[in-house]
Design a protein around this ligand. Structure first.
Ligand SMILES: Nc1ncnc2c1ncn2[C@@H]1O[C@H](COP(=O)(O)OP(=O)(O)OP(=O)(O)O)[C@@H](O)[C@H]1O
Length: 213
């Protein structure tokens, strides 16, 4: 490796995970640099979400190491919380807070520059302006998914973990997503995403990792 090659922001090695006796992850290892996007691919039930959850630290691997910035990643570490934006499959929203209030809260809590401007732009980008004052329960499934994506985009981030970000998006939304992932990379964000969408993978991923279950 040359002396100027950027080092990995995220390094995963020897990851194993089983549920009861069912092996799901078997010695998974890879690294991810700033400005790079890697897609995790595989059949339904092959372990993509499990891998993302282990990387995010919300699920404990049986064996292996996940390092962020050269140190073992702990989900509760404030430095990790400040840097890692995740969209996993278990998003919970406050039932009494509107879309715009959620996004404003995330933006302020994570110390975004110009939170109000950023929230307004994100609502526009994700075509959520018309739903800004709605409560989460009143959103369509696609709008709720857009709110999850928006929550990742109104905060500073160095690592973006997205579980099937294309799900429930219409054609325009999928095109926007491919473009957004390119922008994330250009801004130096490392992106790890699972996907079943070949067009999105081809448009955004530098590499793929196949999990086989
Ligand atoms: N909490 C759990 N307890 C027991 N088994 C689980 C649990 N979570 C996942 N599994 C099992 O682990 C395997 C991998 O699941 P996972 O959700 O990671 O797959 P996936 O590749 O993301 O699938 P999909 O493409 O359908 O989203 C499946 O067989 C699933 O049934």
């Amino acid at each position: 490796m040359s002396a100027t090659a950027p080092s990995a922001l995220l390094r995963v090695s020897g990851l194993h995970k089983s549920y009861s006796r069912l092996p799901v992850l078997n010695d998974v290892g890879f690294s991810l640099r700033a400005g790079e996007a890697v897609a995790v691919v595989g059949a339904n039930g092959s372990g993509k979400t499990t891998l993302l959850r282990c990387v995010a630290g919300v699920e404990e691997a049986d064996e292996g190491l996940v390092e962020f910035d050269g140190v073992p990643l702990r989900e509760s570490d404030p430095a990790v919380r400040a840097a890692m934006a995740c969209l996993l499959d278990d998003v919970d929203y406050f039932p009494d807070m509107s879309v715009v209030d959620h996004l404003t809260l995330y933006a302020w809590a994570h110390g975004a520059d110009d939170p109000d401007g950023l929230v307004a732009a994100t609502l526009r980008d994700l075509d959520l302006e018309g739903a800004a004052d709605q409560l989460p329960i009143t959103l369509s499934s696609g709008q709720r998914h857009r709110l999850g994506l928006a929550s990742c985009l109104v905060r500073p981030r160095r690592l973006l973990l997205l579980d099937e970000p294309e799900q429930r998006l219409d054609v325009t939304g999928r095109a926007w997503l491919a473009d957004q992932l390119q922008k994330e990379k250009a801004a130096g964000v490392a992106v790890l995403f699972t996907s079943h969408d070949r067009a999105l993978i081809d448009a955004a991923a530098d590499r793929t990792i196949e999990v086989a279950g």
